[in-house]
Design a binder for this molecule. Structure first.
Ligand SMILES: NC(=O)c1ccc[n+]([C@@H]2O[C@H](COP(=O)([O-])OP(=O)(O)OC[C@H]3O[C@@H](n4cnc5c(N)ncnc54)[C@H](OP(=O)(O)O)[C@@H]3O)[C@@H](O)[C@H]2O)c1
Length: 239
């Protein structure tokens, strides 16, 4: 039977690379996102099926269920981003609250809502892979704390679903270029600081992250669960 995959935020960057790899491996892949145009274009390019919805909006997730596969073997919770880069600098407590909620909604609720909605459709031995961030251990406004919450939630999920042979893991990238994450606003100076000093001397690419995701998505990876796999070239090792 052909395995099926749902990749949230599959229209660009890391999600697109993950989806392309899964298609290459013979899976039927559904990619999701909010922008119909981007999604349709990517789907045609890589051979996936687009389903447009906001992963952080409960009613949109529920409505999208009609278009999502009846059986899901691989769920990649990739939708998200750093809202600190998209919203103005907070000027008062109300702004601080909004920013924290925006990062929580975008990164945590998107994964929690889609996984909860699809849980009854997860096949035995399915794989749930959530994209975290090196920021979970480093801070970065309210974005890092939101990504840290995904790690705790994934540990819970591993126990919740483990009896059915389903695994739940986080792939945690460091700075990854060739995505829309930085919105073209990254100065060379800031880039150097963010990339830091990884052991391999370079930033990551979506293909680097896709390699880790497809490894965890494989049928053979059944004994790896509740883990956080860093894809960061050794950044943060302290030298
Ligand atoms: N690039 C990095 O340096 C880096 C490092 C660590 C972790 N990450 C994480 O990697 C993941 C992918 O990011 P990326 O770097 O590939 O950036 P990206 O190109 O901006 O990809 C994010 C994707 O998620 C979709 N998305 C965002 N919010 C959504 C929502 N509420 N509902 C549905 N789709 C949504 C976006 O499409 P629409 O706007 O059309 O919805 C977009 O396709 C994110 O979780 C990000 O936090 C990135």
């Amino acid at each position: 039977m052909t395995r099926t995959a749902v990749v949230t935020g599959g229209g660009t960057g890391i999600g697109k690379a993950v989806s392309a790899r899964l298609v290459e491996q013979g899976l039927d892949v559904v990619i999701t996102g909010r922008r119909a145009g981007v999604l349709t274009e990517t789907a045609a390019e890589i051979g996936a099926r687009p389903v447009v919805f906001d992963a952080s909006a409960p009613e949109e997730v529920e409505k999208a269920l009609a278009e999502l596969p009846e059986r899901v073997d691989v769920l990649v919770n990739n939708a998200g981003g750093n809202m600190t880069r998209r919203l103005p600098t907070p000027e008062g407590l109300a702004d601080v609250r909004n920013l924290w909620l925006a990062n929580f909604e975008s990164n945590v609720l998107s994964a929690v809502l889609v996984t909860t909605a699809l849980e009854p459709r997860l096949a035995d031995h399915a794989r749930v892979i959530t994209i975290g961030s090196i920021a979970a251990r480093r801070g970065s406004s309210s974005y890092g704390p939101a990504k840290a919450a995904l790690e705790a939630w994934t540990a819970e999920l591993a126990f919740q679903l483990g009896g059915r042979g389903i695994t739940a893991n986080v792939v945690s990238p460091g700075v990854t270029e060739e995505t829309e994450f930085f919105g073209g606003t990254l100065s060379e100076e800031r880039r150097k600081k963010l990339v830091g000093n990884p052991a391999n001397g370079r930033a990551g690419t979506p293909a680097d992250v896709a390699a880790a995701v497809t490894f965890l998505a494989a049928a053979e990876a059944g004994h790896i669960t509740g883990q956080v796999i860093g894809v960061n070239g050794g950044a943060g090792l302290g030298r």
